[in-house]
Design a protein around this ligand. Structure first.
Ligand SMILES: Nc1ncnc2c1ncn2[C@@H]1O[C@H](COP(=O)(O)OP(=O)(O)OP(=O)(O)O)[C@@H](O)[C@H]1O
Ligand SMILES: [Mg+2]
Length: 271
């Protein structure tokens, strides 16, 4: 029996690509499942990177992608009925496919284009069996990002401090969170997650002290755990595994485990 009464919905989001959204979803899920939590990942990114890493090759996806549920206007397709298995018995995924791009284009002009996922999760009581539901999101502020935020309780923003464009895009992303909060007042920015951090790289001005000062001046929380740049994290994707599975002794595995622990501690306090 879970200590959480209903799932906690968390979006990993950033307008910028390549910041570690997918990597963080996969590895947080991996740690949390290992300590007994039940996880559902909803892949809202048409690139479907999370799906391609976590799905078992034998899985038949006919009628089982996120878009199948979103396109079913009768409401008969329940997410809980179409979840796919992964390498771990406590991690399920609702996969995405490139068909999502066509759906986004078709739905974009609809006034309730951003409500699809919220409706799917609200009507599906069986989703209460999960402890955490993570949304992996595309690198833009479009329909799917809006859908994920509308259905979420919390947002985590991964940011590699050496990526100036990711920092530049932060204001626009915070604005989007602010505008979604007018319709979904449970949504909160949980914290920024420092990813791909390499103190020896590029802009030496971005040492940890300055990073902390930068975010504290903006009133934005940072996770205590920082994810350093780690070759094993990159390699794990080639093996289509979380780093906790492919290189359990690596610094990447240790840091994502620490992040998972920190997340559980935060929710013990605020939930
Ligand atoms: N800590 C890390 N150390 C080394 N490489 C990393 C780390 N985190 C992520 N990467 C690599 O950076 C690239 C981008 O990561 P990822 O796909 O998780 O980002 P993303 O934000 O989901 O990107 P997109 O917006 O395109 O979906 C990948 O090649 C991944 O292997
Ligand atoms: Mg991604």
């Amino acid at each position: 029996m879970s200590y959480l009464e209903k799932p906690i919905f968390i979006t990993l989001g950033n307008r910028k690509g390549g910041v570690g959204k997918t990597t963080s979803v996969i590895n947080l899920a991996s740690y949390l499942a290992e300590v007994g939590k039940k996880i559902l990942i909803i892949d809202t990114d048409p690139q479907a990177n999370c799906s391609s890493i976590l799905l078992r090759h034998s899985e038949d996806l006919t009628g089982r992608s996120l878009i199948d549920a979103l396109e079913d206007s009768s409401g008969a397709t329940l997410l809980s009925a179409i979840v796919c298995d992964t390498y771990h018995p406590r991690i399920h995924i609702i996969p995405n496919t490139t068909r999502c791009m066509l759906w986004e284009r078709k739905i974009a002009q609809h006034s309730d284009a951003v409500m699809g996922i919220k409706r799917l999760v609200e009507r599906d009581k069986a989703l209460n069996n999960y402890d955490f539901i993570f949304f992996d999101t595309p690198p833009n502020l479009g329909v799917m990002m809006n859908n994920a935020l509308m259905a979420s309780d919390y947002v985590i923003i991964p940011i590699p401090p050496s990526d100036q464009f990711a920092l530049d895009g932060l204001a626009a992303y915070l604005n989007l969170i602010g505008s979604i909060r007018k319709h979904n007042n449970t949504l909160q920015l949980l914290a920024v997650l420092i990813t791909k951090y390499d103190p020896s790289w590029g802009n030496s001005a971005w040492n940890l002290t300055q990073i902390k000062k930068y975010f504290s001046q903006k009133g934005i929380s940072l996770f205590n755990t920082h994810i350093h740049s780690c070759a094993e994290i990159d390699m794990a994707h080639v093996e289509r595994k979380p780093v906790l599975e492919s290189a359990p002794k690596s610094s990447g595995a240790a840091e994502y485990s620490a992040l998972g622990m920190e997340l559980l501690e935060i929710f013990k306090v605020i939930r």
